[in-house]
Ligand binder design. Structure first.
Ligand code: MTE
Ligand code: MO
Length: 303
């Protein structure tokens, strides 16, 4: 199979022209960040999928980022006010090299690469996204986990003055997520700093977010400021809100339905309202890479 990256599949003319079209179309409505941000130099990677990449316009306008509102368009409308520079990530807990690392400090030690991954939201829609980033394991190795570390806890920025959804909310903020350490160290697990050949737009979780392609989208926590290695399973936001609906693992699984809807199929975003639903794959199509992490586990109990 040929391996393409986003700049290959999008003819340069269309790419540049579309940028102008988008910029022009939006000048009047003053919608921020749908136009292109800073381009990133990246290398291609082995990670790609069969099927079409979701149009960029869809991926940067149809978002879940409740800190900016619960509507799919709210993050685009509200996230442009988020200050993402300066940015630092506090890494601590059961590590030998704890500290607060500036974004540049983190990026200087990694090679950014493009990875085209399937992305499946628990709401039963999906995308195919050309992310740019690096393996989370690279960052964790830098922190040097101690032998007692079993889990990794992540935390999103808490800044209500810039995140209107955090004011008077019934949701517990900051948004928190977690992985088992072996899940976090899996080569598929990445920290994304960009998508579609450019820096991450704020609404997609700038300046750095988690991407765990075999798990439901809410595990892919955005705008991370804190990473803590622990020996106990950390709390996760959606599990705190409804533990009968959202488990800690939240592996994509077509055989385990959400209490209120089927997970057997999904609606690709960007194909129009009447796009044909497609079957959902076990572990979102990444079973070869990750099924062994769960051998011997009952995936209904550990949903
Ligand atoms: N901090 C934070 N991270 C978050 C969310 C959120 O509301 N807040 N939503 C999650 C959900 S439900 C999904 S599906 C993805 C959506 O990512 P996208 O908008 O880039 O497609 O982000 C996840 N990460
Ligand atoms: Mo989601």
């Amino acid at each position: 199979m040929t391996k393409l990256n986003y700049s290959d599949v999008t003819p340069k003319g269309v790419f540049l022209n579309r940028r102008k079209i988008i910029a022009g179309a939006l000048a009047s409505t003053a919608l921020p960040q749908i136009g292109f941000a800073k381009p990133l130099d990246v290398v291609k990677s082995e990670y790609t999928v069969d099927g079409e990449i979701t149009p960029r316009d869809a991926a940067v306008t149809y978002n879940n980022f409740y800190e900016f509102g619960t509507g799919k368009g709210d993050p685009l409308a509200n996230a442009h006010t988020l200050t993402t520079d300066p940015w630092s990530v506090e890494i601590g807990g059961l590590v030998n090299n704890a500290g607060t690392f500036g974004l540049d400090d983190i990026l200087k030690d990694v090679t950014l690469e493009e990875r085209i991954y399937r992305f499946r939201c628990v709401e039963a829609w999906s995308m195919v996204v050309p992310w740019i980033g690096f393996s989370l394991s690279e960052l964790l190795k830098k922190a040097d986990p101690q032998s007692g570390a079993k889990y990794v806890a992540f935390e999103t920025l808490y800044r209500p003055e810039e995140m209107p959804g955090q004011k008077n909310s019934r949701f517990p903020y900051p948004y928190v997520e977690g992985l088992r350490l072996d899940e976090a160290m899996n080569p598929l697990t990445m920290i994304a700093t960009g998508m579609y050949g450019e820096e991450l737009p704020n609404q997609n979780g700038a300046p750095l977010r988690l991407v765990v392609p075999w798990k439901y989208g809410f595990k892919s926590i955005k705008s991370i400021v804190k990473i803590t290695l622990t020996d106990e399973q950390p709390p996760t936001t959606w599990n705190l809100i409804a533990d009968n609906e959202y488990g800690f693992y939240s592996n994509v699984n077509p055989e385990v339905d959400h209490p209120r809807w089927s997970q057997a199929s999904e609606r690709p975003i960007g194909g129009g309202l009447f796009a044909k639903r497609i079957p959902t794959l076990m572990f979102n199509g990444y079973a070869d890479e990750v099924a062994s992490l769960y051998s011997g586990m009952d995936l209904r109990t550990n949903f």
